[in-house]
Design a binder for this molecule. Structure first.
Ligand SMILES: [Zn+2]
Length: 230
């Protein structure tokens, strides 16, 4: 068998391995997904913080109005002479004071909630910054390694015609057919009497005859097999 068939196979195997290595590179898809997830959490926390602050603003307004009302009713109480008016004002003041107490409590709770949200936002901002730099790092690495592999693949492809033109049309056809049939590894080599592709130990008779055959095929896997003279 023409040894160039084996040389071409080696070249194509190297090119395939480089292409696979390129496909296996991390293109930062999962890092970007992590970053987007953090961004979503941060957006949600910021929206929640805005909601809490706006509710707190409302409750503070209500508290101020309640305090003004209390001051007003207290001054009315001081000037009241009618016992019915006094009793009504006193009842009103009890209710107002109760409302003030509840508003105070609500505002304190909202302040606590605001504090923990602000802390959480700080953590998420730090996490986002970390995610961003991770994305940038992986993307830069991907770009660099892709370019390296592209260069190596191009070099292998450039060397192919010099080999391919050394094959006869029949040899080319046999090569292509076996390449397709065996998913990119159509030509093996007998190494110390063993098929380099399937690992089968080849018979003595086969090895002896194959040396002079144009297209010997491995007894076991059926690939074209190069058997050098021993
Ligand atoms: Zn084999």
């Amino acid at each position: 068998m023409n040894r160039v068939l084996l040389d071409l196979q080696r070249l194509d195997t190297q090119t395939l391995a480089l292409s696979r290595a390129k496909k296996a590179l991390d293109d930062a898809t999962s890092a970007r997904a992590r970053r987007d997830e953090t961004q979503n959490l941060l957006d949600a926390a910021r929206a929640e913080e805005r909601g809490v602050n706006s509710t707190r603003g409302l409750r503070e307004g209500e508290l101020e109005a309640t305090e003004q009302k209390i001051a007003r009713q207290k001054s009315r109480l001081m000037n009241a002479s009618n016992s019915g008016d006094v009793a009504a004002l006193e009842r009103d003041l009890v209710g107002l004071s109760h409302a003030r107490g509840e508003l105070d409590e609500t505002i304190l709770e909202l302040m606590d909630e605001g504090d923990s949200l602000s802390k959480r936002i700080g953590q998420l901002e730090a996490e986002l910054a970390q995610n961003e730099s991770e994305v940038a790092r992986i993307e830069a690495e991907f770009k660099k390694k892709s370019a390296e592999l592209d260069g190596q693949i191009a070099a292998k492809r450039a060397g192919r015609p010099a080999l391919a033109t050394q094959l006869s049309p029949v040899e080319s056809e046999k090569y292509e057919t076996s390449f397709k049939k065996f998913a990119g590894l159509g030509v093996s080599e007998a190494q110390r009497g063993v098929c380099s592709a399937c690992g089968t130990t080849l018979s003595r008779d086969f090895l002896r005859d194959a040396v002079s055959e144009a297209f010997p095929q491995c007894e076991s896997c059926g690939r074209l097999i190069f058997v050098g003279a021993s």
